[in-house]
Write a protein that binds this ligand. Structure first.
Ligand SMILES: [Zn+2]
Ligand SMILES: [Zn+2]
Length: 331
């Protein structure tokens, strides 16, 4: 081998080593398999905590689809400029409460029972994060007005059932399946208390409104349910930004489990659960230190993608999730 060749071989092997190092930090599977997606822009994120708020069952036509934003003034006027609003975000599974929430937490669409009698078949972001981080269960919480959402804390997946379970405070008294729906105002008090006491790093919140009032066929209460939950979202974001352990290092997602039937389809806003665009088209807003500000994103995204994006932000493996990282969010 002459000297030039030796230099060339050394150079090539050095170059391939550094390539491997970069790839390891850059989730090699995604970048290798899907050539069309840009690589994730940043690998060291500022985010240390994630909160997901699920507002139960408003229609897109009353959220971002209403350009006056009269039923969500806080999201539109106080928060939107600091985050990203999605205009094409969908539930592509069963458009009921427990299936919608299960898609968000497990990254899988599962036609799961909607009455709390069945637990997901895949481990959630909570279980994967608790395992990978080694944190104790007080650092991951599910806090919901609907008692039946306690099922999100566990799964039937082999090697995961009854393991790495997050803390849960669901329904009346926080007593879980069978206790009944709790008022959102009481859930809000629990949220304040739990965030202040435990400072969880991964939290999912559910408010039962405006779904509960929609089912009662009370249009005004349905709209009030939207205004009230909009105010809770704003207060939770302020709580986060005024807390030294959370401020400027916490990412918040605000979304829905499902929409409701369009006007003129079946009983309109009263019910939901089918394939109509009113039931499928939902709201997603994302805000946090690693995300772009003042962005309106029109690309097609879906519920499963939240879990993939949380796994990316919090650096844990989530091989069973079928969502995609929402790269467009990142600065
Ligand atoms: Zn409902
Ligand atoms: Zn429908």
């Amino acid at each position: 081998m002459n000297l030039q060749l030796i230099i060339a071989v050394l150079f090539l092997s050095f170059a391939s080593c550094s390539k491997t190092d970069n790839d390891q930090n850059n989730t090699p599977n995604n970048s290798a398999v899907n050539q069309t997606l840009p690589p994730v822009v940043q690998k060291n994120y500022i985010t240390e905590n994630v909160v997901i708020i699920v507002i139960d069952g408003p229609r897109y036509t009353e959220t971002w689809g209403d350009t006056s934003h009269q039923y969500q003034p806080r999201l539109a006027n106080s928060l939107a400029a600091q985050g990203t609003v999605y205009t094409s975000f969908y539930n592509n599974g069963v458009t009921f409460t427990n299936p919608g929430h299960t898609a968000i937490t497990t990254g899988n669409y599962q036609p799961i029972d909607n009455n709390g009698r069945q637990i997901p078949y895949r481990a959630s972001i909570f279980q994967h994060w608790l395992k990978d981080s080694g944190a104790d269960s007080s650092k991951a919480w599910i806090i919901t007005s609907k008692d039946k959402l306690q099922i999100l804390a566990n799964c039937t997946e082999r090697d995961w059932q009854n393991k790495f379970m997050p803390s849960a405070n669901c329904g009346i008294g926080g007593n879980g399946v069978g206790s009944g729906y709790r008022e959102d105002s009481l859930t809000f008090k629990q949220i304040e208390n739990i965030l202040n006491t435990h400072h969880p790093k991964l939290t999912l919140i559910n408010f039962k409104e405006p779904d509960a009032s929609g089912h009662r066929n009370d249009w005004n209460a349905y709209l009030n349910g939207m205004r009230n939950t909009d105010e809770y979202v704003y207060q939770i974001w302020n709580m986060i930004q005024n807390d030294a352990e959370y401020a400027n290092k916490t990412t918040l997602f605000v979304t829905n489990d499902h929409g409701r039937h369009l006007d003129g389809h079946l009983d309109g806003f009263v019910s939901h659960g089918d394939n109509c665009s009113g039931c499928r088209h939902i709201n997603l807003f994302a805000i946090g230190p690693d995300f772009k500000q003042g962005q309106v994103a029109s690309m097609y995204r879906e519920q499963r993608d939240i879990s993939a994006t949380v796994a990316e932000l919090m650096h844990f493996d989530f091989p069973t999730g079928k969502g995609k990282v929402m790269d467009e969010l990142f600065k």
